[in-house]
Design a protein around this ligand. Structure first.
Ligand code: TEU
Ligand code: CA
Length: 553
């Protein structure tokens, strides 16, 4: 099963929130098997599964205790083998999520390190403090607080860029790198068709110094040996099999580095996730604030990445949603009045871009942010930490909650809405309560209804995914931004071997007349989120609220 990743679409599953088959309130691997026909119906080529390896679940599996075994809460190795085989039957390949920047402090390597075993101690980053209880550097953990944890026994600290139970690995150590290669080969032999590498651009630390102007990220992001490490991993493992697709999650990266990470001939990865376009409702790098999304900035970033990555023969993953992000229809669309139109509009923008689109579970039915009204309903360690940090900074509990509601990763983690039953079909009605509450709007937003409705968001995503397969211009074409400075319109042109695709979208909920639009006379309108055609004549388009349409010639 070798696929062209440029024609492919990936569906991301967060198993814990997808489907629970044994009634314990947690989604599981058998739940994924059960829903493979649904995913097949959508038309995707790959499924990226977030981690289900043995883990204490402090960060929902991104804290891996054992890369070779399955957390019993998710299932068994037999389930994984069956899952891969069942995917294969349906022409769907699996991408597993490999977390190699850190391991759980319960991982055997860390336990041995803590016993004082020097071989394993060097798998981690232990450093002396500055004395008087001052850690080695002032770097901040991404989940809040200082990034170093004191170990009395050694009078040293270990580095954790994420939770205190996620200890960073020392990639300088060749034995560690060999262990990583072993893990990848193990899963390749099981028939895995791809990998997603968690925060992989953080593995090479430049030095351990105070960052007087920031949080430390300049010392560990896109570090000095990162390309060397990726090439080495590529050559020793997945590089030997051209059928394997890889995507690196690149935290706060630069485009120059991505030219190389995801270059056609650079021998590193197939493609990259970058996040700059999802920080347009932040204040700089500060996520825990409430500011309106900056549309101009969003367009600038997307177009900049689109055109420059193309110039450098490098490949993007294109996406709005994942398990770390709020739901896009709530974020950039309108979950109330124009729910369906805005969800389809946002899908149109992503799926016609140059890159491999990723659909996050529930996005294809327009799932929204949570309806949580109390902090006790949230589960994510990052949200809970920052709820406290915001109040320590002087915010009231209710203001802190409003910020958490807008930005929490739990917005993307409520159970998949399969139907309108008590637990949305995520779990049976007589199951244990889901580990995180179902959104009350599942009576209105659910997969069962949308499968019956030809005009649903699901059916629209299905068409978008099929279009990429049918039209080379979407998969291979060049991209030219249109009206990059227009305050309402998101539009671009794709061209390939004499064919042309024009994508136009009104990003807002008010009618808008776009003067200077391209003339689409003589083009076929191939998809749109309103039943009748856009009114367009001689370069003037009248776009209805959140209207999106695509023309082909
Ligand atoms: O996320 C990396 C990461 O830095 C962010 O997406 C992070 O969740 C957010 O920016 C914090 O504001 C990856 C995984 O996708 C995430 O689920 C894990 O928690 C994290 O790595 C640690 O493994
Ligand atoms: Ca279960």
């Amino acid at each position: 099963m070798n696929k062209d990743f440029r024609k492919s679409t990936v569906y991301q599953i967060y198993p814990k929130s997808f489907c629970d088959t044994n009634k314990d309130g947690l989604g599981d691997l058998r739940g994924v098997i059960q829903k493979l026909d649904y995913i097949k119906e959508l038309g995707v080529d790959y499924i990226w599964l977030t981690p289900f390896f043995v883990s204490p679940q402090n960060d929902n599996g991104y804290d891996v205790e054992d890369y070779y075994n399955i957390d019993p809460r998710y299932g068994t190795m037999e389930d994984v083998e069956e899952l891969i085989a069942e995917g294969e039957k349906r022409g769907i390949g699996f991408m597993f999520d490999m977390v190699f920047n850190h391991v759980s402090t319960r991982h055997e390597w860390f336990r041995k390190a803590m016993e004082g075993n020097p071989y394993y101690k060097d798998f981690f980053i232990f450093r002396k403090g500055k004395g008087g209880g001052v850690p080695p550097t002032n770097w901040e953990s991404k989940f809040g607080g200082n990034a170093w944890e004191y170990v009395e026994k050694f009078d040293e600290y270990y580095l954790h860029l994420f939770d205190v139970t996620q200890a960073d690995l020392n990639w300088e150590n060749e034995n560690l790198r060999k262990e990583i290669q072993k893990i990848l080969k193990f899963w390749m032999e099981k028939g895995v068709r791809g990998f997603r590498f968690d925060v992989i651009n953080l593995i090479s630390k430049a030095c351990y110094e105070d960052d007087e102007t920031g949080d430390g990220r300049k010392y560990y992001t896109d570090g000095p040996k990162i390309h060397q490490y990726l090439k080495e991993m590529h050559d020793a493992t997945f590089g030997t099999d051209p059928g394997i697709v890889t995507v690196g999650e690149m935290s706060s990266t630069t485009m120059e580095n991505c030219f190389q990470y995801a270059g056609r001939d650079t021998g590193e990865l197939s493609m990259v996730f970058s996040f700059h376009h999802l920080k347009v409702d932040f204040m700089g790098n500060e996520k825990w604030v409430l500011v309106p999304a900056d549309f101009q900035k969003l367009k600038n970033i997307i177009f900049d990445w689109q055109t420059k990555m193309a110039e450098h023969n490098a490949w993007n993953a294109v996406f709005w949603c994942n398990h770390d992000q709020p739901r896009v229809v709530s974020r950039f669309g309108d979950e109330e009045k124009c729910w369906k139109e805005s969800a389809k509009m946002l899908g149109t923008i992503i799926h016609c871009l140059r890159g491999t689109p990723y659909v996050y579970q529930g996005e294809e039915i327009g799932m929204t942010n949570t309806d949580f009204t109390d902090i006790s309903q949230f589960r994510d360690v990052e949200s809970l930490n920052h709820y406290q940090i915001l109040q320590d900074k002087g915010l009231s509990a209710s203001d802190a909650l409003r910020i958490i509601q807008a930005h929490s990763r739990d917005n993307g983690r409520t159970p998949m809405q399969w139907d309108d039953s008590k637990y949305a079909g995520f779990a049976a009605e007589d199951s244990a309560e889901p580990w995180i509450a179902v959104n009350g709007n599942h009576t209105k937003i659910n997969a069962a209804d949308q499968l019956k409705d030809e005009d649903s968001i699901f059916r629209y995503y299905q068409k978008l995914i099929a279009m990429r397969k049918e039209m080379d211009v979407i998969a291979y074409g060049d991209i030219e931004p249109l009206a990059p400075k227009d305050p309402c319109v998101f539009a671009y042109r794709r061209t390939y071997e004499g064919h042309e695709l024009i994508v136009a979208a009104n990003f807002y909920g008010r009618e808008y007349t776009w003067k200077g639009a391209p003339d689409v006379d003589g083009y076929d309108r191939v998809i749109g989120n309103y039943k009748d055609a856009v009114s367009a004549e001689h370069g003037v388009m009248h776009l209805r609220p959140y209207e999106a349409a695509v023309w082909y010639k």
